[in-house]
Design a protein around this ligand. Structure first.
Ligand SMILES: CC(C)(COP(=O)(O)OP(=O)(O)OC[C@H]1O[C@@H](n2cnc3c(N)ncnc32)[C@H](O)[C@@H]1OP(=O)(O)O)[C@@H](O)C(=O)NCCC(=O)NCCS
Length: 185
């Protein structure tokens, strides 16, 4: 944690086409963090992330003009499910509550775009579990997630993919978490 940074100076915004210049830095930061954690990572191309920005389906955090954090949303299974993916906070901005702000913004955006959809995520990180729990997510078995093949393809780059395959997609190392809007009426 960098104590010289005042978290109020970090802006959290819905990204748009003007933020495309940050895409390579975002992808490099995600790859470097995955290496440190020893996990694999869903492969995302420059174009895929840039398109998310153009569609207003990404959240970016900036400290002046410096990249601080990111996440995007995607819908699966005919828009019945929405996942927040690619959450990253650059090293020097960690432990300032920034991931929490980014996730809250992505959560609000997802609820607005697809009010009926169930929100879900797969994670092995304690910080994300904590944030998701605060947002109203609960841990669920994998059988309650989308069966959209395209979503599960994202797990192919993970070092634990063999576990997922061996168990017929019923279990893996990550915890599945779900927010069901029907339970929050
Ligand atoms: C995980 C990550 C996004 C957290 O970002 P951050 O801005 O430092 O998180 P926040 O400051 O918002 O912390 C949120 C909560 O998690 C806790 N937390 C933060 N990092 C943590 C860690 N490494 N282990 C356990 N708890 C952690 C915080 O104390 C805080 O809890 P609190 O509300 O009780 O104070 C960041 O460390 C990161 O980018 N890591 C690499 C990529 C990654 O793991 N992405 C998630 C993939 S699912």
């Amino acid at each position: 944690m960098d104590t010289n940074i005042n978290s109020e100076d970090i802006k959290v915004l819905i990204a748009d086409a003007s933020h495309e210049r940050y895409v390579d830095e975002i992808l490099d930061t995600i790859s470097a963090a995955a290496k440190v954690r020893g996990t694999g990572i869903a492969k995302r191309t420059h174009e895929y992330v840039a398109q998310k920005m153009r569609e207003g389906k990404a959240v970016i955090a900036l400290y002046n003009d410096e990249f601080a954090g990111f996440c995007y949303i995607e819908s699966w299974g005919n828009k019945q499910y929405v996942a927040n993916s690619g959450l990253i906070v650059a090293d020097k901005f960690r432990r300032h509550g920034l991931a929490k702000r980014i996730k809250q913004t992505a959560f609000n955006l997802s609820r607005k775009m697809w009010p009926e959809a169930k929100l879900f995520g797969l994670t092995s990180g304690g910080a994300v579990m904590k944030i998701n729990t605060e947002l109203g997510y609960v841990p669920v078995p994998f059988s309650e997630l989308t069966d959209d093949e395209a979503f599960w393809k994202g797990c192919q780059g993970c070092v634990n993919h063999d576990v997922l395959m061996r168990t017929d997609r019923r279990y893996c190392i990550c915890t599945a978490m779900l927010y069901d809007p029907a339970k929050h009426k």
